[in-house]
Design a protein around this ligand. Structure first.
Ligand code: CP
Ligand code: NVA
Length: 315
């Protein structure tokens, strides 16, 4: 396995944040900052990244494509209709075929088991570009943004208000590994899965952070350095949207709520956002909002990630 000193993650998969050791997560973040400053020499010259997407995307698709071009490689976008993952042929055959043609696969799937199965059968790195359980690339950009805005990760207090979904799970795991204090407030039945809380709790113990799940958004936000939210109904949950709007009614991040956070707190959202649902217009458009810096950082984080997964030589 690659160590930090080798400065490479050659050949590895990123299906979950938990696939990284804490020092490897730090390596990706450090490399991302170097990429952003133009100090990294990592390249992916002549290599192809396949984007295998079952769901729509703006940020993930475009940032992967631009990142790959920047590194000297290219992307191949494969839409759901073209591939018919698991319908036209078994997933294991898709993975074994595709990985004979391309150097890396980024997959956005409905089911987490799909991306896991692709990784199990692929001979090249598979990156989870969002599944129903995790969004690790988002967490990389989120931590890079927090590091830039706050100057450190350890000890930073993050309050996530809303659904204990894919974005929350990856952020919770990454925060825990980085020694951050992570609180999440969700309605009953919509919190983070027990396995994520357990895993994150273990990481937090080692890194000196903490994980606090709860129901009360005001308690979660009090004195937070970072306030984070995401949509109430994720892709694939459209039929639950009306019922979720009722259940999550008290969980909109408003300016009254933001007033409870630390005065220098930043507001974060992975986007796309639903103004008037999980966040008030004045918060996402307000001075504490860093959502477009966060979106930009998807690009730098993924340049670093691809560079590290595809470079054999340490840099
Ligand atoms: N945040 C994010 O993953 O956005 P897209 O769904 O547009 O890729
Ligand atoms: N939780 C959202 C994130 C979108 C980037 C979803 O899965 O739709």
């Amino acid at each position: 396995m690659a160590t930090y000193r080798e400065r490479t993650l050659f050949g590895r998969h990123l299906v979950s944040v938990a696939d990284l050791q804490p020092e490897e997560l730090a390596l990706v973040l450090r490399t991302a900052a170097e990429m952003k400053d133009g100090r990294s020499e990592l390249v992916a010259t002549g290599k192809t990244l396949a984007l295998l997407f079952e769901k729509p995307s703006l940020r993930t698709r475009v940032s992967f494509e631009v990142a790959m071009r920047f590194l000297g490689g290219e992307c191949l976008y494969l839409s759901p209709a073209e591939v018919g993952l698991g319908q036209r042929e078994p997933l294991k055959d898709v993975a074994r075929t595709l990985s004979r043609y391309v150097a890396c696969i980024a997959a956005r799937t409905f089911s987490h088991s799909t991306v896991k199965e692709l990784a199990a059968w692929s001979r090249v790195p598979v990156i989870n570009a969002l599944s129903d359980e995790e969004h690790p690339c988002q967490a990389l950009a989120d931590l890079l943004t927090i590091l830039e805005k706050k100057g450190r990760l350890a000890g930073i207090r993050v309050a996530f208000v809303g659904d204990g979904n894919n974005v929350a799970a990856s952020l919770c795991l990454a925060a825990a590994m980085s020694g951050m204090h992570f609180r999440i407030a969700s309605p009953t039945g919509y919190g983070l899965p027990a396995n994520v809380l357990e895993l994150a709790g273990g990481f937090a113990k080692v890194a000196g952070g903490s994980i606090e799940p709860g129901l009360d958004p005001l308690a979660a936000i009090r004195d937070a350095d970072v306030v984070y939210t995401d949509v109430w109904a994720s892709m694939g949950q459209e039929s639950e949207a009306a019922q979720r709007r009722r259940t999550f009614a008290g969980y909109q991040v408003t300016s009254d709520m933001m007033a409870l956070a630390h005065p220098d707190a930043i507001f974060m959202h992975d986007l796309p956002a639903h103004r008037g649902e999980e966040v008030a217009e004045e918060v996402i458009e307000g001075p504490q909002s860093v959502v477009f810096d966060q979106a930009e950082n998807r690009l730098h984080a993924q340049k670093a990630l691809i560079g590290l997964l595809l470079s054999k030589a340490s840099v």
